[in-house]
Design a binder for this molecule. Sequence first.
Ligand SMILES: Nc1nc2c(c(=O)[nH]1)N=C([C@H](O)[C@H](O)COP(=O)(O)OP(=O)(O)OP(=O)(O)O)CN2
Ligand SMILES: [Zn+2]
Length: 149
Amino acid sequence: MSKIRLTKEFRFEMAHALWNYDGLCKHIHGHSYILQVTVIGQPNDNEKDPKCGMVMDFGDLKKIVKEEIVEKLDHAIVLNQKARNQHLFEIPQMFDKIHFVPYQPTCENLLLDFAQKIQARLPENIALHKLKLNETANSFAEWYASDNL
Ligand SMILES: Nc1nc2c(c(=O)[nH]1)N=C([C@H](O)[C@H](O)COP(=O)(O)OP(=O)(O)OP(=O)(O)O)CN2
Ligand SMILES: [Zn+2]
């Protein structure tokens, strides 16, 4: 049976800084990120199933991506763990949504992290096909399953 790709788009506001970077992005600054998540699979052909005709309910995909990524990162600060500093936690009303990650929080590395998190939550019959992350209106990175076999 034929396969179909489904895409859902998410938006979140996130601050980050690139540790040891040689440009302006070494400073804490924010982006309005746009994340497109594309999955691939065969539409359900069981007429008795409420999900008949669907590869995956858009709502189920939304739940996974919101729980794994959007709810955690929206209005958060993401910093390389090399920048970890106890003083930041002394002002919890500003810094209780700070995430230190074991990588440089570039578009590329965020996508590698997102791919792992989404893949771990997808049902067996559905595969992650592609991710696209816009950091600005004219800068984006893409992850393709076919590049990572
Ligand atoms: N390969 C990457 N390069 C850069 C990343 C990244 O994640 N991957 N990130 C940054 C900065 O965080 C920031 O996103 C600036 O990016 P840039 O597109 O250079 O933004 P500008 O506003 O300066 O670009 P304009 O084309 O002038 O709008 C830097 N590089
Ligand atoms: Zn940036």
